[in-house]
Ligand binder design. Structure first.
Ligand SMILES: C[S@@+](CC[C@H](N)C(=O)[O-])C[C@H]1O[C@@H](n2cnc3c(N)ncnc32)[C@H](O)[C@@H]1O
Length: 268
């Protein structure tokens, strides 16, 4: 059962017409079993241009947000190795930062469902002085083939909104963290500054798909990305989901007026 029509599910009427177990692929209602395949084709299409497109779409600001996440994480620089799982790690932006910020003390497993993204990350690791601190593995955030209580930190940046079953991913994050381990998620969120909201709306829906067309020859993948951002829960709603997965001391910091937010929680 699926509904892959282009109806806009932002309206309550559209939502009530959707199948009860439907999830979203951008603004489309889809059956949960369809979403992952659609997401995978987006990231296969964009993998080769992913890093360049991130810079263009965010005018470089994503680098500051990622730095902000790793600064807040503050990975350990002494004692035993700081074991980190960078989930939906893609080309490794967060993993490299953690390895460098820890002075090489962190060991980061970069996990992603998409081999094409991981291959880009492996190529970067081959030329990065901290490349040997990273390892790469293909896996689904919803069901991790990893033992419980293993990691000091679980990070996920701009990944969780793509996962069909967000709550399953949060439960798995909780399971694989050690007691005392830290969950951190960087994700697009909901703008809390009214005028910025208008500018951001125009940039997202007018500029980004066009840049995708011009630079990557792919408008649709970037249309999905901006739509998926709008469908993601706001800061408070996402905090509640993180808490429901078992995490304590759940809090968030807004970035650039709420365009993005970093969420943090602990397994206690
Ligand atoms: C926007 S990229 C983020 C990459 C990287 N974390 C960054 O910040 O640059 C989203 C990533 O999520 C991955 N992804 C989507 N669904 C996933 C799933 N169910 N399990 C693991 N990774 C997934 C995609 O393959 C893609 O590499």
């Amino acid at each position: 059962m699926s509904d892959a029509s282009t109806k806009d599910t932002d309206t309550p009427a559209a939502d009530s017409a959707a199948p009860s177990n439907a999830t979203h692929f951008g603004f489309r209602d889809v059956d949960p079993s369809q979403k992952q395949g659609l997401v995978n084709s987006v990231f296969r299409n964009v993998a080769g241009r992913y890093d360049l497109m991130n810079d263009l779409m965010s005018v470089g600001v994503h680098r500051l947000w990622k730095d902000g996440m790793v600064d807040w994480l503050a990975p350990r620089k002494s004692g035993s190795a700081y074991e980190t799982l960078d989930m939906a790690g893609g080309t490794g932006d967060i993993a490299f930062r953690i390895a460098h910020r820890s002075g090489g003390h962190a060991k980061v497993l970069v996990a992603d469902i998409n081999d094409a993204m991981l291959e880009e990350g492996k190529a970067r690791a081959a030329t990065d002085p901290m490349g040997d601190r990273l390892s790469f593995a293909c896996m689904n955030a919803e069901s991790l083939p990893l033992e419980p209580n293993r990691f000091d930190a679980y990070t996920i940046a701009f990944g969780i909104r793509n996962v069909p079953d967000l709550d399953a991913a949060l439960r798995e994050a909780f399971r694989v963290l050690k007691p005392g381990g830290r969950f951190m998620c960087l994700e697009f969120s909901h703008v809390v500054v009214p005028l910025l909201d208008d500018v951001y709306e125009t940039w997202s829906f007018e500029a980004i798909p066009r840049i995708g067309q011009l630079v990557a020859g792919d408008r649709e993948s970037y249309q999905y990305l901006v739509e998926s951002i709008r469908k993601f829960p706001d800061q408070r709603a996402f905090e509640a989901r993180i808490s429901a997965a078992g995490f304590s001391r759940v809090t968030h910091r807004n970035l650039t007026g709420g365009i993005a937010a970093i969420h943090s929680g602990y397994k206690i």
